[in-house]
Design a protein around this ligand. Structure first.
Ligand code: MSP
Length: 711
């Protein structure tokens, strides 16, 4: 393919974008950026649909000219798209002269083909859909999408002979099995065509706001016919033949599933009638839901995309939308899930990998990594397989699978670090080449993962690439040439350290960096149903705990805890401390209420005695359950190197929730063995009323990073 012309639906401008409309733009942007990464000349067009009655009414309410209102809204839309890093090449507005020219030309061609005739329309019309509604499509007399009562219209209109194109459309679908994706949408449209289609109104009488119908300038072109033509006018139909030759037909229209009938029946029929080639493909994506309903301003279920982007950053939002929602299907947005995915994918996984690499590179090789003569390790093969999966997925617009393939590389690199134990290699000068191999390969894996993730998280990946020593501009990188393992002997990279890219957040609390917390109706709505029934005090206390840790409400949880304690294995019982001396027990191993503070003067220690305890900040780089133990977790904590600590945190923290987190621990305890594993230190935690551990947090890990002394 010599070019890729991609469009999204153009938005009604009576309201600002919400997360549902933004989702479409983000997904299309990922596709556009992927095409560019593949080296395909790409034109990505978005825009605004301005001739809607709602827009006109809104402007009237505000007492301003409709065009002035649209100008104002254009600025708002552009601002949102810019903040979400949407890389469109052109932005079309249906009030622009180039569009009016194109509409006039295309509708005239349809009239010349004998496909326009005058008639009477009488029936329902939903202003929110801007669509004529057959009685059978209404539910309890309302539009099922907007849940509002339609208006009854009776007017003289010009009709388009859509029925004439039923057979040519069916033939087109048969000859082009991928014309409409995903398959479920194609089947819907085929059923509709098979059942037969009626001619549709192509004009609206008595409207002032719109493009005059060439055959009868007293009416305007029906807003959907007007809007669909934007795809052609944006590349010069009727105004710039050369541009049109270069880019038409469109390679892909990305639209929501509610408007496939317009795009996959009406629009191709209009083009057939006007003698213009058809777009190659249409993708009808699913809806973003909020609490089980389509996200929509008119339904009152809209989330502000800027609020979400400001909460955790535009890239985490882009990642959430494309990873969490299978492209083509519906999916939910919840603040909890957004925060959880941020912590899991970014803070704990990719972000942690980037900082682990930077800190090991600095510690063991002063930041400079050199590929040794030995052949690359297993990561090279894993990355090649992931790149192939990624390409297959992205070529099929399975964006969620594409991003998952990229994260496979991240997972494999994290696993590889754990398996290769570079901190052990570093202690043995004879294994210097193994350490070089390990570090260089991890750097290479991070580079490839970041390259694959660039369409999803452009800004962050640029920074990740810079940190792993990529000196070329991210925009100049190409998938074919650069997503290839490149570790010839002697190759060098300089790894840059930096602040945590995605500091872990405590769900429900303001995000790091002072970003404003989202406005939420009630913290209770963010909890699982079992928790909402719980007492107010308990609710407030748990609002800061991630979902995965909230699966058992406190009351039940404490019951489980007591029960669990009674059924503790020999190894887990506090009495088992014979194996681990009291001083070396992991935090919260002693699961009983906190003892009363000693009376003043009775158990005081001297400053010198206190100073013997070496307290440090450590970052958890790896965490997993200790087999057969309900309470213990095996942690790898990075401070002055990486050490293993066995900690009694499992009842209150999942391993996943700990990775990437900064903790305070006693660094100079004698080693102890717990459940057969050596523990080198003790993580500090407070103990709650149920005897469960509550970890101490480090206020600013950027300033007190792993290894910092605590006094
Ligand atoms: N103006 C028409 C489209 C004309 S295209 C020639 C329109 N505008 S819209 O503002 O209502 O919607 C713009 C796009 O956002 C549509 O593709 C629509 O399906 C999509 N979405 C609107 N709400 C959405 C969700 N809740 N979730 C996902 N997409 C959503 O329709």
């Amino acid at each position: 393919m010599s070019k890729f012309y991609l469009t999204t639906a153009i938005d009604y401008v009576n309201n600002r974008p919400h997360l549902g409309t933004a989702y479409e733009k983000v997904a299309a942007d990922v596709i556009a950026r992927y095409q560019r990464l593949c080296g395909v000349p790409t034109r990505f067009v978005m825009g605004n649909d301005e001739h809607s009655q709602n827009v006109y009414q809104r402007a009237q309410e505000l007492g301003i000219e409709p065009l002035a209102f649209c100008d104002r809204m254009e600025a708002e839309f552009r601002d949102v798209w810019q903040r979400l890093d949407i890389s469109f090449d052109d932005f079309i507005r249906t009030t622009q002269p180039r569009h009016r020219e194109a509409v006039t030309r295309l509708v005239s061609r349809i009239a010349e083909a004998g496909d326009l005739y005058e008639g009477d329309y009488e029936g329902w019309y939903c202003v929110s859909c801007e669509s004529f509604k057959p009685e059978k499509d209404l539910v309890d007399g309302r539009c099922p999408i907007h849940q509002r009562e339609p208006e009854w219209l009776k007017e003289k209109n010009h009709f388009f002979r859509l029925s004439r194109y039923r057979k040519p459309l069916l033939d087109h679908y048969a000859a082009n099995p991928h014309f409409l994706e995903p398959e479920i949408r194609r089947n819907e449209i085929l059923r509709l065509l098979e059942a037969g289609v009626e001619d549709i109104s192509m004009s609206r009488a008595g409207q002032l706001w719109g493009i005059p119908l060439p055959a009868n300038p007293a009416s305007v072109v029906y807003v959907w016919a007007d809007a669909l033509i934007n795809y052609a006018s944006a590349v010069g139909y009727g105004t710039d033949e050369e541009l049109f030759e270069r880019w038409w037909p469109a390679d892909l229209h990305v639209i929501g599933k509610d408007i496939t009938r317009f795009h996959c029946v009406v629009w191709p029929a209009m083009l057939m009638s006007a003698g213009v080639p058809l777009p190659r493909q249409v993708f009808g994506h699913g809806w973003v839901h909020w609490k089980g309903q389509k996200m929509s301003k008119s339904l009152g279920t809209a989330v502000d995309p800027l609020e979400a982007a400001e909460r955790l950053g535009p890239d985490p939002l882009r990642l959430y939308l494309t990873r969490e929602i299978a492209f083509g299907q519906d999916g939910d947005f919840t603040w909890d899930r957004f925060e959880e995915r941020y912590n899991v994918d970014l803070a704990n996984n990719l972000g942690n990998l980037v900082s682990r690499l930077a800190s090991m590179a600095r510690r063991y090789r002063q930041g400079r990594l050199v590929s040794p003569a030995a052949p690359p390790g297993p990561l090279a093969e894993a990355a090649a397989a992931a790149v192939a999966d990624y390409r297959r997925a992205m070529d099929a617009f399975a964006l969620h699978r594409g991003v998952a393939a990229a994260f496979d590389v991240v997972d494999r690199a994290n696993e590889f670090i754990t398996a290769s134990e570079p901190w052990v290699l570093a202690r043995d000068p004879e294994r210097a080449a193994d350490l070089d191999r390990c570090l260089y390969d991890v750097g290479e894996a991070v580079r490839i993962a970041a390259l694959l993730l660039t369409p999803f998280m452009p800004g962050s990946c640029r920074e990740v690439l810079r940190r792993v020593g990529e000196t070329r501009d991210a925009g100049a990188l190409q998938l074919d040439r650069d997503a290839v393992w490149a570790a010839p002997p002697g190759a060098e990279r300089t790894v840059q350290a930096g602040d945590a890219l995605w500091p872990r957040i405590e769900p429900g609390k303001p995000a790091p960096g002072g970003a404003a917390a989202p406005k939420r109706t009630d913290p209770a709505t963010r909890l699982s149903p079992t928790l909402v029934r719980d007492s107010g005090a308990g609710r407030a206390a748990r609002a800061a705990v991630p979902d995965e840790e909230q699966s058992v409400p406190t009351r039940e949880r404490s019951a489980v805890t007591r029960e669990g304690r009674e059924s503790m294995s020999e190894d887990e019982r506090p009495g088992r401390a014979a194996e681990a001396p009291p001083a070396t027990e992991p935090a919260a191993a002693e699961a009983k209420p906190a003892p009363a503070p000693p009376e003043a003067g009775t158990a005081r220690i001297s400053f010198d005695e206190f100073m013997k305890v070496d307290l440090r900040v450590g970052r958890v780089v790896q965490a997993e359950a200790v087999p057969k133990s309900k309470k213990l977790l095996r942690l790898e904590i990075e401070a002055d190197g990486v050490r293993q600590v066995i900690a009694g945190l499992a009842r209150a923290y999942s391993p996943e929730a700990l990775v990437g987190r900064h903790v305070v621990f006693v660094a100079n305890l004698e080693p102890a063995r717990l459940m057969g594993l050596e523990s080198n230190g003790m993580v500090l935690a407070a103990v709650d009323a149920n005897g469960e551990p509550v970890l101490l947090a480090v206020d600013d890990p950027a300033r007190a990073s792993a290894g910092a002394r605590v006094r």
